[in-house]
Every structure is written in structure tokens, then in C-alpha cells.
Design a protein around this ligand. Structure first.
Ligand SMILES: Nc1ncnc2c1ncn2[C@@H]1O[C@H](COP(=O)(O)OP(=O)(O)OP(=O)(O)O)[C@@H](O)[C@H]1O
Ligand SMILES: [Mg+2]
Length: 264
């Protein structure tokens, strides 16, 4: 891997509808390097460009200017090589396919033989602790279970990178905290690099090794905050003074940024 990290973004700007009177500059001059194995959260107010940045990394939309490398390649090449998996706020499962067949889908698309697909799907369902639900259909699962299936599906092709856009946003707090812990366990088992979008401060602090704080209009990177709380992090981590201190530090940066924005 080049020294520049598994993900590198240089001078990225994104303008929507540039030739019209509805033009929006979603991102300005974004520089970001992510090292292999990091768990990075993109945190910031609604509309600051978190999803846009993630979508640029995942080759779902092109930048207007700047360069992006994912696993040492263009996002399009990384997409072709299945270097990353993606999880969205909604699980987006296929209702007519069983849980197992949903998880197998990326492998099927990649032309992986049936038996290998089966084995891999079983291992992934094991990882998200849903092995007993393999033959169920998505509508027979809770929202949190569906989201775990979406994570299993994203991981089935052994991607080096996982892009997640508010994957736990639709869940109640208990389920959300439970899945946060699960996600950290999966991250430490698989050593996948994770880029995670959220607007929850406590979620970002609990999960991340680093938080990239973004400011709104036009979206910029306002701060990089290392979260030096030791892993493994557990429910007990949330009750420690160090956790509260980190949450307070991040909140102060976010609020300071919002206050500065109001006066400009
Ligand atoms: N397809 C699009 N066409 C035009 N403008 C867009 C498009 N997608 C996003 N934008 C604009 O880009 C800006 C950033 O949007 P983005 O969805 O990246 O924000 P976000 O940080 O993910 O917000 P949220 O937390 O609400 O999901 C917004 O002003 C939005 O209106
Ligand atoms: Mg978004």
C-alpha cells in the first residue's frame, strides 16, 4: 500500500447543478488520508456533505475537482475489484430472497460457485450472529437484524474497506448500542478499514479511532480528532470519565464551528 494510505482524497470539491441557478457546493477542498485498519467517522451537521464524500469514495458520484484513490486505485477500479462493501441507513434487502440468499448476492454477481457461496454466507451469518435465521425472509426480522444482514452482505466478498452511511440511524437506542458493539467486534475480527457516517457524537466516539468533523456550507473538514480510548470498547466504556471527556471535546468543536458559521 502506498504511504498515502488505503484511502486518499486530495483537493476534492463537489458542486451539484453547477450550470444552473440551483448550484450547490457540497464539498470544498477536502484533503483526507485514511490508513489501513482505521475506523474513521465523518461527523457533522445535516447537509455538510458527509454522504456526498462517502458516495464519491464509493464511485456513486464523481468529484467536480480533485483526486481520489481507494486501495491505490480510482474509485471505479476499486468498485470493479470489489475492494469495498457499502451499508446504507436502510438495509435494502431483497424481500423475496432468504437471508442467506441476500448475503450470497454479491458473490453470485461475482460468479462465485454455489458451494463456496453457501460456505461464505454461513460464515458471514455466523459473524453477525444470525446463523439461525438463514432461511428466514427479511420481513420476518427486526430492523436491527435486517441491518446485520446488510452488514453480512457487505462483508461477504471480503472487502478491504467498508463504507457505512448512518447504518444504525433507524434503530432504537438499545438496538443501536448493541449493534455498535457488534460492529466493533466484526471490525476487530476482520481488520476491515471502516469509513462511517453519523451525526451522533456518542456513536462516533464509541466506534472510531478517529473522527473527521465536517462543517456545513460549503462542506469542509474542520477538525481531525483522535479517539485514544483503548479497544476493545464495551458497554462499560460508555460510563468512563475518558468517554465523557471525549464526547465533550467533540461537542465543543462542533458547537464552536456552528457558532462561527452563524456569524459568518
Ligand atoms: N444529488 C444531489 N443533487 C443536488 N444537490 C445535492 C445532491 N446530493 C446532495 N446535495 C446537496 O449537497 C449538500 C450535502 O448533502 P449530503 O447529502 O452530502 O449531506 P449530509 O452531510 O449527508 O447530510 P445528512 O446528515 O442530512 O444526511 C446538501 O446541500 C444537499 O442539498
Ligand atoms: Mg447523509
Amino acid at each position: 500500500m502506498p504511504e498515502s494510505g488505503i484511502i486518499s482524497v486530495h483537493g476534492v470539491t463537489k458542486e451539484f447543478n453547477s450550470a444552473t441557478d440551483r448550484s450547490v457546493t457540497a464539498l470544498t477542498d477536502i484533503d483526507l488520508t485514511i490508513a489501513e485498519g482505521e475506523f474513521v467517522s465523518l461527523l457533522g451537521p445535516s447537509g455538510c456533505g458527509k454522504s456526498t464524500l462517502l458516495r464519491i469514495l464509493a464511485d456513486l458520484t464523481p468529484p467536480t475537482a480533485g483526486t481520489v484513490q481507494v486501495n491505490g486505485k480510482t474509485p471505479a477500479a476499486a468498485r470493479r475489484d470489489r475492494d469495498y462493501g457499502m451499508v446504507f441507513q436502510q438495509a435494502g434487502l431483497f424481500e423475496w430472497r432468504s437471508v442467506r440468499r441476500n448475503v450470497e448476492l454479491p458473490l453470485q454477481v461475482a460468479g462465485v460457485a454455489k458451494e463456496e457461496r453457501r460456505n461464505k454466507a454461513s460464515a458471514m451469518l455466523d459473524l453477525v450472529r444470525l446463523e439461525d435465521f438463514a432461511s428466514h425472509f427479511p420481513w420476518q426480522l427486526s430492523g436491527g437484524m435486517q441491518q446485520r444482514v446488510a452488514i453480512a452482505r457487505a462483508l461477504s466478498a471480503d472487502p478491504k474497506i467498508l463504507f457505512m452511511d448512518e447504518p444504525l440511524g433507524a434503530l432504537d437506542e438499545m438496538n443501536r448500542e448493541h449493534l455498535q458493539a457488534e460492529l466493533l467486534r466484526i471490525w476487530s475480527d476482520t481488520r476491515t478499514t471502516v469509513v462511517f457516517v453519523t451525526h451522533s457524537i456518542s456513536e462516533a466516539v464509541f466506534l472510531s479511532s478517529r473522527i473527521v468533523v465536517m462543517s456545513a456550507r460549503p462542506g469542509r473538514i474542520a477538525a481531525n480528532i483522535d479517539v485514544d480510548l483503548p479497544y476493545p470498547r464495551t458497554a462499560a466504556t460508555r460510563t468512563t470519565p475518558e468517554f465523557f471527556e471525549k464526547v465533550t471535546q467533540v461537542r465543543t468543536v462542533l458547537h464552536g464551528m456552528l457558532a462561527a458559521g452563524e456569524t459568518s
